[in-house]
Ligand binder design. Structure first.
Ligand code: ASP
Length: 403
């Protein structure tokens, strides 16, 4: 049986068992946590080593600059489209539906970071502490410097390059082992979510869930399908099928970072993205490109405004688009991070922060789909960038790379 079929069975069984058993299913959660820990163990060494190798193999600086520029433009454009769709459909479906909030507690806001601070914070003052604290953006910046310098010093850099290359291969191999445990991990996590979330979710929240899922799936079907078809000549079916395991892992772990090792492996093996592109575009994407999170923030901003009886005008919608783009860039690829950054969007537009408490209860359910789209968007980006560089390897479905 194929691994993704097993994962799907684990998922379906988890949902059913969670529903039947209820909150006491929480006893299986450690199995899910174990799976997440196993993957997390690999992230820092894998991202760092593969990015060093990627940056050094891209070699000449002009090419790295070109790939970097294209990647960032692609990421920003797809994110802006994502939020625009989110706002349009949040207006059409109106998830609040006349529901008006009474009193809620208070919520600690996240201050809007200054642009200068954002840029300064990308540069680690101590690369080791960046690694020790999982600061992905800082790790990426340092890895780029190391990789580029390896290629600049030529022969002398060779032993270091071989070393990083070898460590990256070892990490990929461990990912393969860990994935065999995925069906059980997914089962446990889904059973836990379904078992503990309960059935008393209010109707407006159910509609928020519907709109967030609807727009995420629409974005994938229209924008990602379109992008891989138009820019890379790849069939969308092949794209989604080849990447399905990562989508499921993201769905159940709610973490782009934790899914990264699997996403990178699948993009190379099933989608034909060469290693140097995958190891640049995907870690960067897992850090700054979060279309699913942006969609969630757009829908929630409109929902919260409605629930508090606030009418939004065109300038406010534009502000939501800009703020949610920034917020999604600043969102870490870990569970629940998007909800914290939602405060940035609400703050910018002047919406009540209390609204966050309202959607907090369903955050896990929303996090599942937004994380799935976050990682899928990165993979679509990797395919598009690889194709634009003329480096996409044609993959025969079911056979794999190189045939
Ligand atoms: N959990 C999401 C991710 O890892 C981030 C978010 O909370 O929106 O991609």
């Amino acid at each position: 049986m194929k691994l993704w079929v097993k994962i799907l069975i684990g998922f379906a069984l988890g949902a059913v068992v969670g529903l039947i058993v209820g909150p006491s299913i929480a006893v299986v959660k450690p199995l899910g946590d174990l799976f997440i820990r196993l993957i997390k163990m690999l992230i820092v060494p894998m991202v760092f080593c593969s990015l060093v190798v990627g940056a050094s193999s891209i070699g000449d600086l002009r090419k790295l600059g070109r790939v970097g520029g294209k990647t960032i433009i692609y990421f920003l454009a797809t994110t802006a489209i994502a939020i625009t769709l989110a706002i349009i459909f949040a207006i059409i479906f109106n998830p609040a539906g006349g529901y008006v909030l009474k009193e809620v507690g208070t919520y600690e806001a996240k201050a809007m970071p200054k642009v200068a601070d954002v840029i300064l914070n990308m540069v680690p003052t101590n690369p080791i502490s960046a690694m020790a604290t999982d600061n992905m953006l800082q790790i990426i910046v340092f890895a780029l410097f190391v990789g580029i310098s390896i290629s600049l010093i030529g022969e002398k850099g060779k032993p270091a390059l071989d070393f990083f290359d070898s460590v990256a291969e070892i990490m990929y191999r461990i990912v393969g082992m860990v994935m065999n445990f995925a069906p059980i991990g997914v089962f446990a996590l889904i059973a836990w979510v379904v078992g503990t979330a309960g059935a008393e979710v209010l109707l407006p929240l159910a509609r928020v869930i519907f709109v967030v899922y609807f727009v995420n799936i629409l974005h994938a079907v229209v924008v990602y399908s379109g992008a891989v078809r138009i820019f890379a000549g790849m069939s969308p079916v092949q794209f989604f099928k080849g990447f399905f395991e990562a989508t499921m892992v993201a769905f159940s772990t709610c973490s782009s970072s934790a899914t990264l090792p699997i996403s990178m492996r699948l993009a190379q093996e099933n989608l034909g993205v060469p290693k140097e592109i995958a190891s640049f575009v995907q870690p960067l994407g897992a850090t700054i490109n979060m279309d699913g999170t942006a969609i969630y923030q757009g829908v929630c901003a409109v929902f919260i405004a409605n629930v508090f009886g606030i009418t939004l005008g065109f300038p406010q919608y534009i502000m939501i688009i800009v703020a949610a783009t920034l917020a999604s860039i600043g969102t870490a690829g870990v569970p629940g991070a998007g909800m914290i950054m939602l405060s940035l969007v609400l703050e910018t537009v002047g919406l009540p922060l209390e609204g966050i408490l309202l959607v907090a209860g369903i955050d896990r359910i929303l996090d599942m789909i937004r994380t799935s789209m976050n990682v899928t968007g990165d993979a679509a980006g990797a395919v598009v960038i690889a194709a634009s560089e003329g480096e996409l390897i044609r993959v025969t479905p079911g056979v794999g790379v190189g045939s």
